[in-house]
Ligand binder design. Structure first.
Ligand SMILES: [Zn+2]
Length: 373
């Protein structure tokens, strides 16, 4: 008798601390934390044998010394106090309105600790990969790419993407790729590595003239040692799967082959989906899977080492579907997922505009990268 051993498949780490549910901005805010439980419930329904593919790992909250890799002590102290209900008269020095609970007009109670759990999850995922315990590690709740050194914004308190990459650099890594596929540009991440050069930051997002945070134009390329290592790829509202595939083939793959990263950190959740309520891109569920597949192929350049940070998405019906679709591409899992709506965009939507912007971008990047000459 032949026994087929399903467990021969290599497992991925699924890093999750249920206490992350306190990362919640309150009723009426687009970022509420039922997303995490929704995703796990959906995962268990769609893949009842998911433990054959994933090992669940519960992370600890990040320590202050780790937060300080991306934030000033003054900012961390302000977040701690404000999240304990202490009223700071200068709170708007440290945060914008979008990080406040709409019902209280103040920072949600306990969110600082929840923010540490987010960072702890992403750091744990990165450590598991760099210590060769897993090739792929997925941190649920990670990817808070808008947080800046001394200011929280865009639903992001602590920038776990930056903290992860900085910690890996401190541990001796010399080349890290951060691939940001969230619909919004990663302004906090861009700022942190603007003059660095050890991190190649590639960011695909909706055209910043049409969406928060209003940065991420093709001519933002970094400065000093970082010049040419910040790559912004703005897509027109409505851009769909074929635009993303084109970007992977024409820009991301050649760049990553030339850069040769030691590890890939990808961040971004479901908000590029066409039915997201805060954004206007046109990605379908198949498109999310295709992103995951492309990232899996890219990771072959660095022995499969990839850290995946997932949190965003503002249509709660789409969110678990899109997250799982991304993950299924990344790990080559067979899952059948269907769009909850029949009005699926044409996959060529805005492809002409994408080709034009890519042509312009290559013209800028050829000054820094041989692959575009
Ligand atoms: Zn976003």
């Amino acid at each position: 008798m032949i026994v087929y051993n399903k467990r021969m498949r290599e497992k991925a780490a699924l890093v999750y601390n249920p206490e992350i549910k306190k990362y919640n901005f309150g009723k009426g805010h687009p970022f509420t934390s039922e997303r995490f439980e929704n995703f796990f419930n959906f995962l268990k329904t769609k893949l009842p044998d998911y433990k054959d593919y994933f090992e669940e790992i519960k992370p600890e909250p990040a320590k202050e010394e780790d937060l300080k890799l991306a934030h000033s002590l003054e900012y961390i102290e302000a977040m701690k106090k404000a999240s304990q209900g202490i009223i700071l008269p200068n709170i708007f020095q440290y945060t914008t309105f979008d990080n406040l609970d709409p019902s209280t007009g103040y920072l949600p109670a306990g969110i600082e600790m929840a923010g540490r759990i987010v960072v702890g999850s992403s750091l744990t995922a990165a450590q598991l990969v760099i210590e060769n315990r897993f090739k792929k590690a997925i941190a649920i709740g990670g990817g808070l790419h808008h947080a800046k050194r001394e200011r929280g914004e865009g639903f992001c308190l602590y920038n776990d993407v930056v903290i992860c990459a900085k910690k890996l650099l401190n541990q001796g890594l010399k080349k890290i790729l951060i691939l940001d596929t969230d619909a919004h540009a990663g302004n906090g991440t861009e700022e942190a590595f603007w003059e660095d050069g050890r991190v190649l930051f590639i960011d695909i997002h909706q055209n910043p003239t049409t969406l928060y945070p209003g940065t991420g134009f093709i001519n933002e390329i970094g400065k000093g040692r970082g010049e040419g290592f910040i790559i912004n790829i703005p897509l027109s509202p409505g851009a769909s799967d074929n635009s993303y595939q084109y970007v992977f083939e024409e820009i991301i793959l050649p760049l990553v082959k030339e850069f040769k990263p030691e590890i890939i950190i990808r961040n971004g959740g479901s908000d590029p989906h066409f039915a997201d309520i805060l954004t206007n891109l046109g990605l379908t569920l198949e498109g999310f899977k295709m992103i995951g597949e492309n990232v899996r192929k890219l990771s072959e350049i660095c022995q499969g080492k990839e850290v995946d940070l997932i949190a965003s998405g503002y249509n709660q019906k789409i969110l678990p579907l899109a997250w799982l679709s991304l993950i299924s591409g990344l790990l080559d899992l067979k899952v059948k997922l269907e769009e909850p709506t029949r009005e699926i965009p044409n996959k060529d939507s805005k492809l002409k505009e994408t080709k034009e912007i890519i042509k312009e971008l290559k013209d800028i990047l050829k000054n820094y990268w041989k692959c575009f000459r």
